[in-house]
Design a protein around this ligand. Structure first.
Ligand code: PLP
Length: 232
């Protein structure tokens, strides 16, 4: 067994345990393997071990891997900050975008999504606790942006995403995750297609699952530490 395969098994086990502890089934939580900075060969290894969903932060790096693997079974999620001048590549190559936080970027993705592709699945990014981050909207801004995004025919509004500020105490992680879960439940009432709360990374995965996350984004625990120096 390769180390990526072993790591995947351990992460899946952690998800099952966390889900079981709060009376949820492991199939309610999708594992998104975050492969940023890792080579296509590492993604291929994870795919051979049954992993289907991959998350990328850098547009061109992600497109290169999507094209290198050319595997129609894989589902590609863009999870990095999105600049307007890169939106076309996301619209043309990815299946999901987690970081929609302004109407202007949503409108561009809608216009640029190819006719022959399924609508692009989008999540609205909420800045739930990190006042230093420029990404994400406030909860007060959510209803208006959700309403506008839901009207765009080449996008499919699937839910919310957040990257809470790092916090070591479980109870404080849980409090922030519960705020996101409450916003998600409200959004589900307003939009029947909403089914995804992208919340939880290696360090706050258990709290996120307890609060109701449906998708955890895990990189290091699957692929090992990242070497940013090797990025071009
Ligand atoms: C890098 C990244 C992750 C994964 O982080 P790890 O600490 O490697 O598990 C998850 N979500 C986002 C948005 C990221 O940028």
């Amino acid at each position: 067994m390769t180390s990526i395969e072993q790591n995947l098994q351990q992460v899946r086990q952690r998800i099952s345990t966390a889900a079981g502890q709060c009376g949820r089934g492991p199939q309610e939580i999708t594992l998104l393997a975050v492969s940023k900075t890792k080579p296509a060969s590492a993604v291929a290894e994870a795919a051979a071990a049954g992993q289907r969903c991959f998350g990328e932060n850098y547009v061109q790096e992600g497109v290169d891997k999507i094209q290198a693997l050319a595997d129609p079974c894989l589902v590609w999620h863009f999870i990095g900050p999105l600049q307007s001048n890169k939106s076309r590549l996301v619209a043309e190559h990815f299946d999901w975008c987690h970081t929609v936080d302004r109407l202007r970027i949503a409108t561009r993705l809608n216009e640029q999504r190819p006719e022959d592709a399924q609508p692009l699945n989008v999540l609205i990014q909420v800045n739930i606790s990190d006042e230093h981050s420029k990404s994400g909207i406030t909860l007060a801004e959510l209803p208006a942006l959700a309403q506008a995004v839901a009207l765009l025919p080449r996008l499919r509004l699937r839910g919310l995403m957040a990257i809470p500020a790092p916090e070591t105490e479980y109870d404080r992680q849980l409090a922030v995750c519960r705020q996101m879960a409450a916003a998600f439940e409200q959004l589900q009432k307003d939009y029947p297609g909403v089914d995804t709360l992208s919340l939880g990374m290696s360090d706050d995965m258990d709290a996120a699952i307890a609060a109701g996350s449906t998708m955890v984004r895990i990189g290091t625990a699957i692929f090992g530490a990242r070497d940013y120096a090797s990025r071009q």
